[in-house]
Ligand binder design. Sequence first.
Ligand SMILES: Cc1cc2nc3c(=O)[nH]c(=O)nc-3n(C[C@H](O)[C@H](O)[C@H](O)COP(=O)(O)O)c2cc1C
Length: 142
Amino acid sequence: MQLVFDSLTGNVRRLVGRVARQVGGVAVLDLRRDMPEGDFLLLTYTFHRGAVPDSTRAFLARHSHRLLGVVASGSYHWGEHFARAADRIAEEYHVPVVAKVNKSGTDADVARIARWVQNRQQLSSPFPLPPFPEDPWNPGSN
Ligand SMILES: Cc1cc2nc3c(=O)[nH]c(=O)nc-3n(C[C@H](O)[C@H](O)[C@H](O)COP(=O)(O)O)c2cc1C
């Protein structure tokens, strides 16, 4: 699995770097520059009252068949629109919301996303291990 990200001001870029360090050995791709070569987790941000950024939309129009799940960053400042890009993408492409994070996320967010990636990697391994415990995402877990 690969980690594909979109970032305008750097928060998602920082988040994906921390997740990759925690998981170890996972490729990180910038969707504005790179092409995915397999299944991926998408990490993106939220723009203009809950919207999915155009760059992310354009990427998904071509590569959504490899999308496994979505993480969206946002800002609590946006209230009901907080990180809504995750909900929109999850609904449209029928994938799970792995996390919604404020800015570049907390240590708990990073651990949660890393655990999800490790579990998915195990599922596609020829020697699967029992999954790490995983709780459904909820807004109170940060
Ligand atoms: C013009 C503008 C609109 C935004 N709209 C939203 C929004 O509707 N909902 C939200 O949760 N965050 C919103 N944000 C906050 C960003 O999603 C947040 O800062 C995110 O971490 C940016 O990620 P990046 O630094 O990787 O680009 C907005 C930020 C800007 C500058």
